[in-house]
Design a protein around this ligand. Sequence first.
Ligand code: GLN
Length: 322
Amino acid sequence: MQRSITISQIKQAAREAYDESKGVTGGANANYIPYLANIDPELFGLSVTLTDGTSFNFGDTDYRFGIESVSKVPTAILAMIQHTPDGVLRQIGADATGLPFNSIFAILLENDHPSTPLVNAGAISACSMIAPQGASREKWEAITGNITDLCGSAPELIDELYESETATNFNNRAISWLLKNYNRIYDDVDMSLDLYTRQCSLGITSSQLAVMGSTIANHGLNPVTGKQVFDAEISPKITTMIASVGFYQHTGDWLFTSGIPAKTGVGGGVMGVMPGLFGIAAFAPPLDDAGNSVKAQAVIKKFMNKLGLNFLSGDNVTITAD
Ligand code: GLN
């Protein structure tokens, strides 16, 4: 079906979804990372950036929260820029795990593969792949430079979060060494884990994440800065990964009810990608049992349902000026 939606309809849907989701309760802040346990649970923001660069922001959209697992997306993109999508498929994989983000069992089930760069194992493996080999500082600059390009503005390390995660990341240490045992870590193990921990500790806003989502939706061209950040062929590859594992063991339920590929983080952020049309990001700290923000899920679902959009509908949707 051919459909057209106006920019003001999108803005209206975002405003209504935001207002109607304010009262959504349930969930709890992540408690296994002390810094996250203490964030104000009432914070709530919603941002949408269209592929023409128009943005809408409601609520706490300038608050810098921990990007956490949403950082797995830009680093997977960087690994594909540097090693091609096939290189990442070969060295990491692109399979849904159907298991929690920090699952060790998933590595064993996949016959020693990390599975996908969008769970902890594959994300640590992706950090190990980032060039230049052996150079922690340059790798870090490549990772943060790429996030800056995707968002159109720089993220900032939250030192306290980084210390908090480093002091408590025992499970991730176990994952890293297990992967090393299977020859799936392609640089120094401790350095790769540290880069992963640091990228998770970057502070980001929902308005920045909406631009990142829109850059992915816009075939790698950042609609705000006009910079081509990655080749268009990478866009459907990263969106496939987001669609298949973005909500971990709840990914099927998420896609079924929301109709948009999205990636979550235990900092309370969710970033969605609507190919060709827009990026969307919501932030609210309390999480469900799989580590996904309860309110961010609610608001994005409401927004999608109000507009009647689903990335698999087959509809040819265009956004028009009013
Ligand atoms: N840094 C967190 C961890 O490794 C990220 C997890 C997440 O956001 N799902 O456990």
